[in-house]
Design a protein around this ligand. Structure first.
Ligand code: SAM
Ligand code: SF4
Length: 326
């Protein structure tokens, strides 16, 4: 079991399969983003070796993310290999949904269990403006394909950006009236690459909730007030689905954190919003033994920071969001 010095049991690994992406969301990366050469990223065998090691250390829950995980070569084979790694019980993915219509079925057959799809607006023009390159229709078709393939319960992730989509939150919330989906509103966090916008145009979860109350109707607390991962859950009267609020900036959930992250270039990142990382790929490529790699992971987890320092103005600037994976 991997335990940190605060007694937290760290068992949830979020893996960025690639820093590359087929969209350019304004809150994530600049339009002229340059990506790492593929040779610098974990290759399939390297990734699977690290997954097996982490599973031996008690990680049983994995989320694949990116960049855009669906642009990774051999994705279906990788999913199958991860799902069959002894100890892995839960395997999900966060995706922009652009390629899901084609991939949902093969991914489900390979052992993927659930997807979170990012969708920040139901307005095609706003969608294009936010993602720079995206077509809303493709993502919508991807969500329906994921649902048909049984990658459920479907969760929709919406980052709310002032001046872009804050007026769209009610439309997204209304989706839960007719669909058994969890629509989650995420407070925008600051990283490198789009820091000015991330700091100036953040909308708080409280403001989003208030807007939904005013424009759609009353909400009641769901899930007995327990967090679902990092989300506080609510339900609109008569709704099939739920609303989730991820207030990482204004109400962090660090005390309940069970996560570590593996960046696309093979660094163990102990906190999304702290720069500290442990390089696993360089020693792995230099011939480190299983015992040496295991010790690097355990030591890294032990020193996992208590929480982020946004309230004190500490912003992680060593990477853009897509390299870490969210
Ligand atoms: N490309 C995939 C996607 O968009 O779902 C997976 C990677 S993306 C980095 C993971 C999640 O992080 C997405 O839901 C995205 O909306 C969110 N995200 C990106 N930049 C963010 C930021 N600055 N603050 C909060 N969430 C962000
Ligand atoms: Fe790509 Fe996801 Fe970042 Fe958008 S949020 S640019 S889809 S990695």
């Amino acid at each position: 079991m991997a335990i940190d010095r605060f007694g937290r049991d760290i068992h949830y690994l979020r893996i960025s399969l690639t820093d590359h992406c087929n969209l350019r969301c304004v809150y994530c990366m600049p339009e002229d983003m340059t990506f790492r050469p593929s040779a610098e990223l974990m290759q399939d065998d390297e990734l699977l070796r690290l997954v097996a090691l982490c599973a031996e250390l008690g990680f049983y829950k994995i989320r694949l993310t990116g960049g855009e995980p669906t642009v990774r070569l051999n994705l279906v084979e990788l999913v199958s290999a991860i799902r069959h790694t002894p100890g892995i019980q839960s395997l999900s993915m966060t995706t922009n949904g652009v390629l899901l219509e084609r991939l949902a079925q093969p991914l489900a057959q390979a052992g993927l269990q659930r997807v979170n799809v990012s969708l920040d607006t139901l307005n095609p023009d706003q969608f294009k403006r936010l993602t720079r390159w995206g077509k809303l229709e493709q993502v919508w078709d991807g969500i329906l394909a994921a649902e048909a393939a049984g990658l459920t319960p479907i969760k929709i992730n919406a980052v709310v950006v002032r001046g872009y989509n804050e007026a769209e939150v009610s439309g997204l919330a209304r989706l839960t009236l007719e669909h058994p989906w969890q629509v989650r509103f995420i407070e925008m966090m600051p990283f490198a690459g789009a820091t000015d916008l991330q700091l100036r145009q953040m909308v708080t979860a409280e403001e989003i909730l208030e807007r939904i109350r005013t424009e759609v109707g009353p909400v009641e607390v769901a899930n007995d007030g327990e967090l679902d991962g990092e989300a506080r859950l609510f339900r609109l009267a008569g709704a099939q689905g739920e609303l989730g609020f991820i207030s990482s900036v204004t109400q962090p959930f660090c005390a309940a954190c069970t996560r570590a992250r593996l960046t696309a270039d093979g660094r163990l990142r102990l906190c999304l919003l702290r720069e500290g990382e442990v390089d696993l790929l360089t020693p792995l490529r230099a011939g480190a033994s299983q015992a040496e790699l295991r010790q690097l992971i355990l030591d890294g987890i032990w020193y996992k920071p208590w929480g982020h320092g946004l309230a004190e103005g500490v912003i992680p600037l060593n990477r853009v969001m897509s390299e870490i994976g969210g």
